[in-house]
Write a protein that binds this ligand. Structure first.
Ligand code: FES
Length: 233
């Protein structure tokens, strides 16, 4: 099933994300190498197809990743506090010989793909050597939050993974934690107030209920050791 063109995610006030438009939902895990650094995402499960569904935002649902109404019982405060400034205004450009890196540090969710092969920053700086350019592009594309983006030297054109619209419920077994919702393919996200967030190919939405940058993930799930208790897989 492919998502419909009018697919959308609606953040509800102190409640779940309402997803419409046949958006595929899968579970993916970050796979780490012997050095403890993640190198790939692996699909663990495809959830049943649903045209519309509600995803838990409070982190306490007994039917994760779906909402079961627990947010109303616990008085969940899901106030949206994300920085609404454009990413361009918040990011730094790091130049390399064949590819540049756009780094928006405040989007980091601690996924750690960027630590691979000595760090993506070093790879970009030496992107005219061997396979370092390709590796820098691959590593940046694995950053679920889109903190890191590579751009063609000169033209500034983004080199993005060609994602279809979908949502991945993430797991980080190496850190013994369940991770955010990885929203791919530029699905429009609307705040509870009806304001549209800046569209991007990759973003991560909080599903532990503890982020300080709602609705986006800020890595707090790692500090709290969030586990979703998903019984669907
Ligand atoms: S999932 Fe809530 S902070 Fe990452």
């Amino acid at each position: 099933m492919a998502a419909r063109k009018d697919a959308r995610i609606k953040v509800t006030k102190d409640g779940p994300y309402i997803v419409t438009g046949n958006v595929p939902l899968i579970k993916e895990a970050a796979i780490r190498g012997k050095d403890g650094v993640p190198y790939e995402w692996r699909k663990l499960h495809e959830y049943e197809e649903r045209g519309t569904y509600s995803l838990c935002r409070c982190g306490r649902s007994g039917d994760a990743p779906y909402c079961d109404g627990t947010h109303t019982k616990i008085g969940f405060d899901g106030t949206e506090t994300a920085d609404m400034k454009l990413y361009k205004e918040r990011s730094k450009l790091i130049e390399g010989p064949t590819v540049d890196l756009v780094d928006t540090t405040d989007l980091c969710v601690g996924a750690q793909f960027c630590h691979r092969a000595g760090g993506v920053w070093k790879l970009v700086a030496h992107s005219d050597e061997g396979n370092k350019r390709d590796l820098a592009i691959e590593i940046s594309g694995n950053c679920p939050a889109g903190r890191l983006e590579t751009c063609e030297k000169g033209s500034g054109e983004k080199v993005e993974p060609p994602f279809e619209m979908s949502i991945s419920v993430t797991e980080d077994p190496g850190r013994k934690a369940s991770g955010p919702l990885w929203v791919k393919g530029g699905i429009p996200i609307e705040s509870a107030e009806g304001i549209m967030y800046e569209p991007r190919n990759r973003v991560t939405l909080c599903r532990c209920g503890r982020s300080f940058k709602m609705p986006y993930c800020d890595g707090t799930h790692l500090r709290t050791g969030f586990k979703d208790g998903d019984k669907h897989i």
